[in-house]
Design a protein around this ligand. Sequence first.
Ligand SMILES: Cc1cc2nc3c(=O)[nH]c(=O)nc-3n(C[C@H](O)[C@H](O)[C@H](O)COP(=O)(O)OP(=O)(O)OC[C@H]3O[C@@H](n4cnc5c(N)ncnc54)[C@H](O)[C@@H]3O)c2cc1C
Length: 311
Amino acid sequence: MSPLKTGLGPVARAGGGGKPRPSVSFEFSPPKGPKSEASLWEAIRRLEPLNPTFVSVTYGAGGSTRERTHRTVVRMLNETTLKPAAHLTCVEASRAEVDEVIRDYWDAGIRHIVALRGDPPGSLGGAYSPRADGYQNATELTAGIRAIAPFDVSVGLYPQVHPESPSVDHDIEVLKAKIDAGATRAITNFFFDFDGFLRFVERVRKAGVTIPILPGIMPVTSFEGLSNMSRRIGVTIPTWLSNLFDGLDEDPETRKLIAASVATEMCARLAEEGFSDFHFYTLNRADLVYAICRVLGVREPLTETPKEAAA
Ligand SMILES: Cc1cc2nc3c(=O)[nH]c(=O)nc-3n(C[C@H](O)[C@H](O)[C@H](O)COP(=O)(O)OP(=O)(O)OC[C@H]3O[C@@H](n4cnc5c(N)ncnc54)[C@H](O)[C@@H]3O)c2cc1C
């Protein structure tokens, strides 16, 4: 009987195995202090055995985390088996200053940068005004990075259109310009409109883009936080998602269970659609991402059952 006829859902079908192991990557933020540093490293250590393709560390608005981002990626490089990527933005810095950061990364052994324009400091979603002596956008930054050294460069992509963009077609043209400048991979913003995402990727592919497109997966742990952020960056929260979290403000355990099932189903369905690379916004926590990865077949080697061990 075909798996579809068993009546199993996408998660159970994923558990049946038989698909090649997808690639996963994990995004972290640099810690703000010693306590968050300890929990960040706990998450890193928990996810490390899943052997991600890379892990990335964000860059705070206006370069506010420049030192902390640098310290975190270099520690990952030196103390783990992970391949770290550093996010870098153009915000409030001259080209010379950004170039110095790029050279420092190369000298420290970092070989992958996630190149972004960045948002104006303090006002996510507000108007952006580039510095005259700085990189104007992520396309220029990508070219600048590649002019300095042969980094692997990832760039951002927006399944629901970037809030400043006039159209999907414009976003696709911008992506193509970034690829011409040397980008090798696109990581999408998080999204909840599954069918809209598939249509978007189809359009991007039809336009001739062949680089890997990594769906950005955000397991929702704080619905209020997610709603605020989504409003400012133009991501639609569907009614079914608000309904699922309605009335759970004081119930973090149930929120977590729901978050896991939403993200797991999304990933299992994407895998069935042929996606083989996934980027997780971990929010510096491992538990949900670890569980979702298992559903995708990303795990440490299978442990023997007692029966098999005795045979
Ligand atoms: C995966 C991911 C990770 C992120 N990480 C961070 C982070 O660590 N720190 C942070 O501050 N922000 C981060 N962001 C947010 C990002 O900085 C914002 O979304 C920002 O508003 C746009 O960044 P971008 O690199 O997509 O911009 P760009 O691609 O530069 O686009 C910005 C504007 O410039 C225009 N533009 C760009 N290139 C061209 C071109 N060649 N021709 C004409 N117009 C052009 C675009 O149309 C758009 O209007 C991340 C986003 C994503 C998707």
